[in-house]
Design a protein around this ligand. Sequence first.
Ligand SMILES: O=C(O)Cc1cc(O)ccc1O
Ligand SMILES: [Fe+2]
Length: 449
Amino acid sequence: MNLVQPFTAAGAGTAEPAYLSGFGNQFETEALPGALPVGRNSPQRCAYGLYAEQLSGSPFTAPRAANERSWLYRIRPTVANWGQFRRAEPGLWRTAPCAEVEVPPAPMRWSPVPIPERGLSFIEGMHTVTTAGDAGSQAGMAAHLYFATRSMEDEYFYNADAEMLLVPQQGALRLATEFGLIDIAPGEIAVIPRGVKFRAELRGGSARGYVCENYGGALTLPERGPIGANCLANPRDFLTPAAAYEDREVKSLLTVKWGGTLWQAEIPASPLDVVAWHGNYAPYKYDLRRYSPVGPVLFDHADPSIFTVLTSPSDTPGTANIDFVIFPERWMVAENTFRPPWYHMNVMSEFMGLIYGVYDAKTGGGFAPGGFSLHNTMLPHGPDMSAFEGASKAELKPHKLEGTLAFMFETRFMQRVTAYAAGLPELQRDYGDYGQALQRHFDPSRREW
Ligand SMILES: O=C(O)Cc1cc(O)ccc1O
Ligand SMILES: [Fe+2]
């Protein structure tokens, strides 16, 4: 199906994205009629003089449900659009294992970090906050802030170490990828699989957000168990770009993140030269406001896993390499219930960010949109004093949490804080004390209070 005009030779911004709906489908899309071979992947001569190239996101032999690959029909195979790579300046991008600083066991929280003034592309503006696991063993993740103050021009990137989950918090981005165009803005996410080349452009002002680099199994939809076939993130709301290509014979810079190092080479042309593709390994976007939350309708506060959007499984069933969880707008209706999150300690480690609004466990200020927190493995945390006192005394009529969107990158691995994050002036050095503000209410002579 030809849904989109190819971008012109002028490149950026000349075409609007078009999308194919569904999660993990076997998609097929072509920007020129007949560019996709019919009934075979690798004809003797591809239409229009294109080259066929397979991009394998899983081992060839992965079970069917986890087997991911796409066939790309492109002007030049990647091997022809290649150069001599030299180590590039890593900036503040770090990869696990990365033991730069030791921090004591305490909850940590940061105020929003302002977008720097200087020119930073999406890649140059990657600032690592935590790393976990070991990228070389394909286990774990990193949590980053990104800042972008300029569009990438004749600059492209791919990540061999990780799949990238982008969570914009401020400013819109256009991701011009080998597979087609994706526009995202705050409230939406995008996932770029390992090995997919792209360029990030600003769509308006400067941009800020969060990135989860997933070193492990590809993000997928969680099982819904007794919930059944609907709700949570519905597959049809995931959007993958229709094929769109540019034919730009212009010297370009390709940055590759490979083995924890950034490498750069000059390449002869734009790598966004895929005229048609088919397969199930492709980037996608999702509007988090389409998430249909399911939760307690009578009493108690359920585990946050009910709000899982995407999960990266590990080899141990039920023990995620990463769960991407959101706390969206929803009605709170539970009777005789302390409605915000409970106090707890968790074997999984929790990195949280706030896209907009107020998070119901932290109503006392301090967790601001653009900010972030880390409640690491087996460290105690829970509602702050304001949230506890408010929710303990609130009249329990139906109440809507409105205009709010928080998220969590939760991983089985302990997260290590980078030197950058530990040294930020936005680190709230007294955050570890918030629990001490909780008042004592115990009175053995008063059962009801
Ligand atoms: O710590 C947090 O705020 C995240 C969280 C939310 C929730 O509703 C239950 C448990 C949990 O860890
Ligand atoms: Fe938690």
